[in-house]
Write a protein that binds this ligand. Structure first.
Ligand code: IPD
Ligand code: CA
Ligand code: CA
Length: 295
């Protein structure tokens, strides 16, 4: 029910023309004059490729536990393979790191100096397995600790969220902005819990604290989409204590480019390779959320 209500609220669209700084050119830091605009196009296309695979597996996938309560399906694997093939066809000399890659492959990809595509081929696998709507594909291009472009695609609703490091955040081709909420008691807030969360884990006491102070709290099941909902103004804040780079790389950039304030949950700079996130639509709400999480 909660999820349905969320989808009924339209993203906050900003009228065209976009306030894009002059051009999206001059980022030929990688190869042969490729621009952020071109990378973003490939990220968007790749996310859509993954999304189509996920839809095609609905009703016929098999699932298993990678670790207790942490699910993976053959749709996750097929989506990742299709995304990887798509990206390598466009950029054969780039590196690729997907959630379902082997640990050895992840180490190699991270160690390489090449441009690195960081992909979650299905964020929200538990929702997908239980036929709940909230899941997505997340694709980001990373250089060191910086996210250059990101795309998050929700295939159920044909919703594409995207941004490049020097452009606006977009939802299905229209610019979006985070909301203007400045008060906790008016804020719609979401959080994520890791698989197998225990009652003594910090996110549980944080949850109780936020629950008492904010208007409503949700645990929707996709970290990538939660960040996009902050970008689009459907959520006012989101925090996650325990998360992986592929879950948040694209969503982080999209929320930031939509005007949200993002740090780690202690208020320090977000660290892409040791991520935990506090995202809030305004500085005021970020400040209040931070105090609430630290109670
Ligand atoms: C999960 C989702 C969820 C978060 C988990 C992640 P997955 O990703 O992002 O919101 O709470 O920690 O693992 O496993 O569905 O790709
Ligand atoms: Ca994920
Ligand atoms: Ca995943």
């Amino acid at each position: 029910m909660t999820v349905i209500l969320l989808f009924q609220k339209s993203p906050q669209l900003v009228p065209l023309p976009f306030q894009v700084r002059s051009t999206l050119i001059a980022y030929d830091i990688f190869q042969r004059g490729s621009t952020l605009e071109q990378y973003l196009k490939v990220a968007i296309e790749a996310a859509r490729v993954g999304g189509e695979i996920l839809k095609s597996y609905q009703g016929r996938f098999t699932s298993r536990e990678k670790s207790p309560k942490d699910l993976v399906t053959d749709a996750d694997l097929a989506s990742q393979q299709a995304i990887q093939d798509y990206i390598f066809a466009k950029f054969p000399d780039h590196s690729f790191l997907g959630e379902e890659s082997s640990a050895d492959h992840c180490r190699e990809a991270r160690a390489s100096e090449r441009p690195l595509w960081v992909v979650d081929p299905l964020d929200g696998t538990a929702n997908y397995v239980h036929n709940l709507q909230n899941y997505a594909v997340s694709v980001a291009l990373v250089k060191g600790t910086k996210v250059l472009v990101g795309a998050v695609y929700d295939p159920t609703n044909d919703s594409m969220y995207s941004a490049s490091a020097n452009g606006p955040a977009m939802f299905n081709g229209r610019q979006i902005q985070s909301s203007q909420c400045t008060q906790l008691d008016q804020a719609m807030v979401a959080c994520s819990f890791p698989a197998g969360v225990k009652r003594i884990d910090p996110e549980v006491s944080q949850f109780l604290s936020v629950l008492e102070k904010c208007q409503s709290v949700r645990r929707l099941g996709s970290a990538a989409l939660n960040l996009c909902y902050v970008a689009a103004g459907s959520l006012d804040a989101y925090w996650v204590q325990t998360i992986q780079t592929w879950d948040v790389a694209a969503g982080y950039l999209i929320a930031e480019r939509a005007g949200a304030k993002l740090t780690n949950v202690s208020g320090r700079d977000f660290d892409l390779w040791h991520p935990n996130v506090l995202a809030a639509c305004t500085l005021e709400l970020h400040h209040l959320m931070l105090a609430c999480l630290q109670e």
